[in-house]
Design a protein around this ligand. Structure first.
Ligand SMILES: *[C@@H]1O[C@H](CO)[C@@H](O)[C@H](O)[C@H]1NC(C)=O
Ligand SMILES: *[C@@H]1O[C@H](CO)[C@@H](O)[C@H](O)[C@H]1NC(C)=O
Ligand SMILES: *[C@@H]1O[C@H](CO)[C@@H](O)[C@H](O)[C@H]1NC(C)=O
Ligand SMILES: *[C@@H]1O[C@H](CO)[C@@H](O)[C@H](O)[C@H]1NC(C)=O
Ligand SMILES: *[C@@H]1O[C@H](CO)[C@@H](O)[C@H](O)[C@H]1NC(C)=O
Ligand SMILES: *[C@@H]1O[C@H](CO)[C@@H](O)[C@H](O)[C@H]1NC(C)=O
Length: 917
């Protein structure tokens, strides 16, 4: 799970080109220069667990609205005598900032607390001086382009004196903590204008969090060292746009035809709002057109990937594809500009062979409109005539691995008759193969099938639509393989998880948590329901009939080998005859080239792929386990569709051990469906010890498509017509907001509120950086109403003040327990008007049952910052359907939460899994 990049050659976006664009240099400053001091003050270490930085103030233990005393000491259980003080460090020659605390007795902490001790927080401080241009008069202030690598948050504080103003609320920006490739610096507005005559000093605070998963095990001296890199440049805003080739999404051509229909071009606004209104190939081509999928509007300083559709009627063989975009400024001038890109094209024969076998980079539109690439090896041979194509092998990469590098695909075994598909998972880390990364994995297979179908020249290597797959993965991807197989067992034929960890909480334990010293365990349990869908071990009951070949290096230094041993043991506890082979490669470390490429795995794949006509075996008794029905598929045709208490696990045990009799025992399930063939030859059906009448018409006709649906009515089960509307998706956790069906709408209710706009820009930046998810910023309540009227499918984030009239008008007819009374936000009897509150809650989408809204509202600027940090951009942030955070969270983390819970099935109050102070 720990990142794999240490094994890789630094990546250059050159494999299939990238766009050599005609464009200006990255930063066009009109002479402003930013000078970052090389000397830093450091305060720490403080124990925290892996995601507490989302709840705690990034400047913990400091309050940046108060003067800072560099002589003061602070309590920390890591230090001898229990207190830590400020120390100093210097940036290295190559610009790295190395943070370590050599006086701490790390080996003692590690001996008792293990890796949990290697999670800690520190505050880093330095200063930044802005020098005005030489001939300064009437020069607008610059903004900062900030690239923070491997730091969690950064803020810029005004004034040469620290904290001169009590009302100052720092604006925190997430760093690129995973060191993701191809991440643009973020634009930060200065907190106060600089002098145009003399240098102006600002203070820079960084939250530096050591995470064992990111920084790896300490070197031989046992001292954990964080290596951060911070670069800051000044950029003068100007009304224009530029191409950002690092954001482009390419697509290879096979035998002259694009292997997919999507191409993306990165564009950034340097100032002002711009809309891409048209696109064309330039020069015009015979038999190939490039169409703009939809107009794309960029907010000031925003970067988006412009979606372009390729339509081809003739082969294209040139080495580059020229594309011209036309953009219109939304300012009154309606100024028009064009941007010209020249995209190098990688041409491959249909099909490459033997020693020359090349991976193909294909493309498709994720969530309808987001250009997305994947890589794939074609099968070595054509499909066998008159036979169904063989299912593909879906291969999930480890953390930190970018599929544009050949490292991953080259580690996979090409097959005679199967495609080997390596999806991006959105980015090198994505969401650890859950949420949008999981959707990307399935969608890449669907895209491959659609692409091959669309061109008759490729039919001989076609893949069936909705094909099942064999899953394979290494490290984080091994974990992803367990995850996808156990959530969608009927779409998976077999799994090969290698060097997998079970779940994040088991990988780096949460036991050094700060909030746990303050929080009511009952409240902690409610928050942690949002981790349940990720608890792979709890869902292993779903895999008892699946052929599994699990692999782990016996000396894995990155993901300890006990993880796979334990997963196999859990599986065998459910069913001692589970079809699992465990191969422990003695003495091997985390990565070795033969981990997935060897004769044993090939023999396993051959046996699985050759017998696909026979369905998987079915045990006489098995248990289906589900946390969120909308994020889970069926097992042997059985599917849990609704839970009695949402936030708790649902289980369905099917027992066919007695002939002609089918017994089902449910736990926390109130609706499920089954394939009628599951009960073939069955005379009697007992559910929860009550006999059901099998003569009802639904059963005899098998419902629609052979599916029958059962619902609990009080204590009794009854058949319901399967045509009856299935309940829409009510998310059990805020993280599911990331799984949008179209680009996000980030709505800022008050278009005059610069902090609200900044938060929308920050979230848009993070969605792109961490997940390559596209978002449009919609400024103002009226614009939002217009957008709704024109219909929008994407998830909607509403940012605003809890007391704003526009919020009151949106919540006029409450659809959740949140409501507005006398201009204040209320939840049940709680009046949410105290300063510093950050409030997040999911809410139905106005017209799409499978989309959702998320409200991120606050009682003031400090509350907005707190709420904004809970937007779950990374795995493991414990935010269920709603959460209310307060100023107390700054120092005691999740224990400062005033309320949290999981909505009931109809967005109602669910008292079993809810809490309010
Ligand atoms: C900024 O940092 C430099 C170098 O560390 C130091 O000499 C200077 O005093 C600092 N300025 C302020 C205002 O803190
Ligand atoms: C901090 O300590 C130094 C040296 O002990 C002393 O000179 C300085 O005045 C102290 N500063 C404050 C703000 O107490
Ligand atoms: C591989 O490519 C090289 C050069 O393009 C060619 O000479 C060779 O015959 C090819 N080998 C195979 C097995 O196709
Ligand atoms: C386990 O799976 C393999 C691979 O599909 C298959 O060959 C074997 O027959 C299965 N064993 C059992 C007991 O079902
Ligand atoms: C925004 O500010 C402008 C100019 O100050 C003002 O005219 C307008 O009424 C404000 N709009 C809102 C919604 O407050
Ligand atoms: C931080 O300090 C300011 C100014 O003293 C104060 O108003 C605020 O409540 C403090 N914040 C917290 C979380 O204690």
């Amino acid at each position: 799970m720990g990142k794999l990049v240490a094994f890789l050659v630094p990546f250059i976006w050159g494999i299939s080109g990238g766009i050599a664009a005609m464009q200006q240099p990255l930063s066009t400053n009109l002479g402003w220069t930013a000078e970052l001091s090389k000397s830093w003050n450091v305060l720490g270490p403080f124990p925290i667990h892996a995601r507490e930085q989302q709840f705690i103030s990034p400047s913990y233990p400091l309050n940046l609205s108060e003067p800072i005393d560099f002589n003061r000491t602070w309590p920390s259980s890591y230090a001898d005598n229990g207190r830590v003080s400020w120390s100093k460090t210097q940036e290295t020659e190559d610009g790295d900032l190395k943070i370590s605390f050599p006086k701490i007795r790390w080996s003692d902490l590690r001996a008792t607390e293990g890796w949990a001790a290697l999670q800690h927080h520190a505050v880093l401080h330095t200063n930044l001086t802005l020098h005005p241009p030489g001939s300064g008069s009437n020069i607008p202030p610059p903004r900062l382009l900030v690239q923070l690598i491997q730091g969690s948050y950064i803020t810029i504080v005004p004034g040469s004196e620290l904290a001169s103003s009590e009302s100052f609320v720092p604006e925190w920006h997430a760093g690129n903590i995973y060191e993701l490739d191809r991440t643009l610096p973020r634009a930060i507005e200065l907190p106060s204008p600089p002098s145009t005559r003399s240098p102006t000093t600002y203070h820079v605070f960084v939250s530096g969090d050591y995470e064992i998963r990111l920084f790896g095990a300490p070197e031989s001296n046992g001292i954990p060292t964080q290596t951060l890199k911070l670069t800051i440049e000044a950029e003068s805003p100007k009304d224009s746009v530029q191409l950002e080739p690092t954001q482009d999404v390419p697509c290879d051509f096979v035998g002259g035809y694009a292997f997919g229909d999507a191409i993306g071009l990165g564009v950034r606004s340097l100032g002002g709002s711009w809309t891409v209104t048209s696109a064309e190939s330039s020069p015009k081509l015979d038999g190939l057109t490039v169409d703009l999928l939809r107009p794309t509007t960029l907010a000031p300083s925003q970067t988006r990937i412009v979606p372009l559709r390729i339509i081809q009627t003739k082969p294209f063989t040139r080495p580059t594809l020229g594309i011209r975009l036309t953009l219109t400024s939304s300012s009154s001038k309606n100024q028009e500009v064009t941007l010209s890109a020249s995209l190098p094209i990688k041409h491959l024969p249909a099909w490459s062979k033997g020693d020359n076998l090349s991976a193909i980079m294909g493309s498709y539109f994720y969530a309808q409109e987001m250009p997305t690439a994947y890589t794939a090896f074609p099968p070595l041979l054509d499909n066998v005539e008159h036979q169904e194509p063989q299912p593909p092998i879906l291969c999930l990469h480890g953390a930190g691995v970018d599929i544009a590098q050949s490292f991953w695909i080259d580690s996979l075994p090409p097959q005679q008759h199967s495609w080997v598909v390596a999806p991006a998972g959105r980015t090198a880390w994505g969401l650890d193969w859950h949420g949008p990364s999981a959707k990307d994995a399935w969608a890449s297979v669907d895209a491959l099938s659609a692409t091959l179908n669309a061109n008759s020249l490729w039919h001989a290597r076609r893949v069936a639509q909705d094909t099942p797959v064999v899953l394979m993965g290494h490290s984080n991807g091994g974990q992803g393989a367990w995850y996808l197989a156990s959530r969608f067992p009927d779409r998976v034929l077999a799994v090969v998880p290698a060097a997998a960890y079970i779940k994040s909480q088991a990988y780096v334990p949460l036991l050094m948590s700060r909030s746990s010293h303050f929080i009511d365990p009952a409240v902690r349990a409610i928050l942690e329901t949002s981790l349940t869908p990720d608890d792979n071990d709890l869902f292993l009951s779903n895999l008892v009939d699946m052929p599994i070949f699990a692999v782990h290096g016996g000396n894995d230094e990155n993901v300890p080998v006990w993880h796979t041993r334990e997963a196999v043991s859990v599986l065998q506890t459910w069913n001692a005859d589970a079809n699992v082979t465990y191969k422990e490669d003695a003495k091997q470390l985390h990565w070795y080239p033969s981990v997935l490429k060897n004769d044993e795995i090939q023999a396993f794949l051959d046996s699985v792929l050759q017998s696909t006509s026979e369905r998987q075996r079915r045990s006489k008794t098995f248990t289906l386990t589900v946390a969120d029905p909308s994020e889970s598929g069926s097992l042997h045709g059985w599917k849990i569709e609704g839970l009695t208490v949402r936030g708790r696990l649902g289980r369905l045990t099917v027992d066919m051990r007695t002939e002609h009799e089918l017994r089902v025992v449910t736990s926390n399930v109130d609706r499920f469906s089954m394939l009628m063939d599951a009960s073939n030859g069955i005379d009697s059906l007992t559910i929860d010890h009550a006999l059901l009448d099998l003569s009802s018409p639904e059963v005899r006709t098998g419902g629609r498509g052979g599916v029958i649906v059962l619902e609990k009515d009080g204590r009794r089960w009854k058949f319901v017509a399967s045509s009856e509307k299935t309940p829409g998706h009510v998310p059990t956790r805020i993280q599911s907001f990331l799984s949008t069906n179209a680009p996000f709408n980030l709505v800022v209710l008050d278009s005059n509120n610069t902090r609200d706009i900044s938060l929308a820009l920050r979230i848009a930046h993070d969605l792109n950086a961490y997940h390559r998810l596209d978002a449009e910023i919609i400024s103002g309540h009226e614009t939002f109403q217009e957008r709704l009227a024109s219909g929008t499918k994407g998830n909607i984030l509403i940012i605003g003040n809890a007391a704003s009239p526009s919020l009151a008008s949106i919540l006029q007819h409450p659809k959740t327990p949140f409501r507005i009374e006398h201009n204040v936000l209320m939840l049940k009897d709680a009046v949410l008007d105290e300063p510093g509150l950050g409030i997040l809650f999911t809410h139905p989408h106005p017209h799409e049952v499978n989309s959702q809204m998320l409200f991120l509202v606050a009682t003031d600027a400090a509350g907005l910052e707190r709420g904004g940090r809970l937007f779950p951009i990374r795995t493991g942030v414990t935010v269920p359907s709603f959460v209310i955070t307060s100023s107390r969270a700054d120092s005691i983390g999740a224990a400062g939460v005033l309320g949290a819970g999981v909505w009931g099935g109809d967005w109602s109050w669910n008292s079993a899994i809810s809490w309010l102070y």
